[in-house]
Design a protein around this ligand. Structure first.
Ligand code: 5AD
Ligand code: SF4
Length: 451
């Protein structure tokens, strides 16, 4: 690891001990949220202080997502709206980080179309940021840095005082044909197990109640010395403390018998599995380059259900992959009805330039894709309702997370199954485990009373 003192000292020589205030806005997945926490940690280490609103910031970092076009459009909208802030405060520094920046020509496109942007940081933001900022403040002109520096020592500024995301690996080697991630995040890199364990011991010691292990493919984790994902889970499970462990996402091709055994053996691992299937048609799965068939996926589900017939399993589904026929879509519907997921995250296929699928013909009209999506959501709504109804009359251990945005006087939390639970309660309970007896079920959540 690089000695960061010299860059920090140099930074302070240029900008002083108090360089100003920061505001970081993150889009996209939990890995990106975790990157956002690191960016904040790095800015704090350089002497910046946080502010709640972008209007009050001296530096704004937008941490972007590129997985679908809709995410990108939202980011462009936000970058556009920053123009006004820059006019009001010409000393404001605006930086763009995250997955969008790593696409070819994006830095140039940003420079041309959005002159309010000062720095394009790339996907290695937390590590590169100090060097890039220093460069920018010396020259005061548009700076691009997509290079990889060594890890810059950081302490993330955590979004929550009781739930923590811990990345265990970065990047992806799978090249699913629709996905931009391998292009913008690079190849798989696993963090050393000892680093991960050190971080988790520290979080547990500070009273964190939930640890979420993150990676594009957590079950491809390879920490060297024979430490794969199952061994890592065993080690994490052995850390002292009253906390639970979740992980996402997993890839069906690496979901081994050993992993299933480990999940059921380790008492700290929550009884919920998120296992993206993407499609129920083996032909579509082949065109997606997923390396498994619908039958392979169902065999994993059957094995999980032999351990626990009611286990909560959620998934990701892409509707309208290029050339998806009615029959192929119906295969997805059949799989959804058969597996009875607790929840699905479904997306209409979005063309990402540079990927293999972007070259495929796609004659299916948008309207047809929307109708398919509607059909899928309707069916899953009924299945989720049925899944939730099974909890009526039962007691659940719930981590109280926040004040309900929908119902006054209520808190919401999550059960081990990752089900959203609403209950009346005082906000003092936030961050604690409580026992809730379930009285009602909706398709998006359950409701109950604290015992
Ligand atoms: N279009 C639509 N959905 C996508 N995903 C990834 N790439 C695309 C795309 N181009 C979805 C997948 C993945 C989830 C994180 O996002 O379902 O599992
Ligand atoms: Fe994208 Fe597939 Fe890698 Fe997931 S496994 S990040 S969907 S390429």
């Amino acid at each position: 690891m690089k000695d960061d003192r010299s860059v920090i000292n140099e930074f302070k020589a240029v900008l002083g001990e108090r360089p100003g205030s920061y505001y970081v806005r993150t889009f996209g997945c939990q890995l990106n949220v975790s990157d956002g926490e690191k960016i904040k940690g790095t800015l704090r280490r350089l002497g910046f202080t946080p502010v709640k609103y972008p209007e009050n910031a001296d530096i704004i970092i937008i941490n972007t997502c590129a997985v679908r076009e809709s995410a990108e459009d939202r980011v462009f909208g936000v970058i556009g709206s920053m123009k006004k802030l820059k006019e009001e405060n010409p000393r404001l520094v605006i930086g763009i980080a995250g997955c969008m920046t790593a696409q070819s020509n994006m830095a140039e496109r940003i420079r041309r179309s959005y002159p309010q942007v000062d720095i394009v940081i790339g996907t290695n933001a937390a590590a590169d940021l100090p060097y890039l900022l220093l460069d920018f403040f010396k020259k005061r002109k548009f700076t691009v840095g997509l290079a990889e520096n060594d890890e810059f020592p950081y302490t993330p500024v955590r979004e929550s005082r009781f739930k923590a995301s811990v990345p265990i690996m970065y990047g992806c080697n799978n090249f699913c044909t629709y996905c931009i991630v391998p292009y913008v995040r690079g190849r798989e890199r696993s963090r050393p197990a000892e680093d991960i364990l050190k971080e988790i011991r520290s979080l547990a010691g500070r009273g964190y109640k939930e640890i979420m292990l993150l990676g594009q493919n957590v079950n491809s984790y390879n920490g060297g010395d024979g430490i794969g994902f199952t061994q890592l889970l065993e080690k994490i499970n052995a850390v002292d403390g009253d906390f639970v462990v979740r992980f996402m996402s997993s890839h069906p091709k690496d979901f081994s018998h050993e992993l299933i055994e480990t999940i059921f053996r380790c008492e700290k691992i929550e009884k919920h599995i998120h296992l993206p299937v993407q499609s129920g048609s083996s032909d579509v799965l082949r065109r997606m380059n997923r390396h498994y068939t619908a039958e392979d996926y169902l065999a994993i589900i059957d094995e999980i259900r032999r351990h626990d017939p009611d286990l909560s399993i959620s998934t990701d589904i892409i509707v309208g992959f290029p050339n998806e026929t009615d029959e192929e879509f119906q295969a997805t519907m059949e799989l959804v009805k058969r597996v009875r997921f607790s929840n699905i995250y479904s997306f209409i296929y979005s063309k990402r330039s540079g990927t293999k699928a972007a070259e495929m013909e796609d004659p299916v009209p948008k309207e047809v894709k929307s109708i398919r999506m509607g059909e899928l959501l309707l069916t899953q709504g009924e299945i989720s309702q049925e899944f939730h109804s099974k909890f009526i009359g039962k007691e659940l251990r719930v981590l109280a997370e926040e004040i309900s945005k929908k119902h006054k006087g209520y808190l919401t939390g999550r059960s081990p199954e990752n089900v959203i639970v609403e209950f009346m309660g005082d906000k003092q309970l936030i961050g604690q485990f409580v026992r809730v007896k379930i009285t009602d079920a909706m398709n998006w959540a359950v409701r109950g009373e604290i015992i």
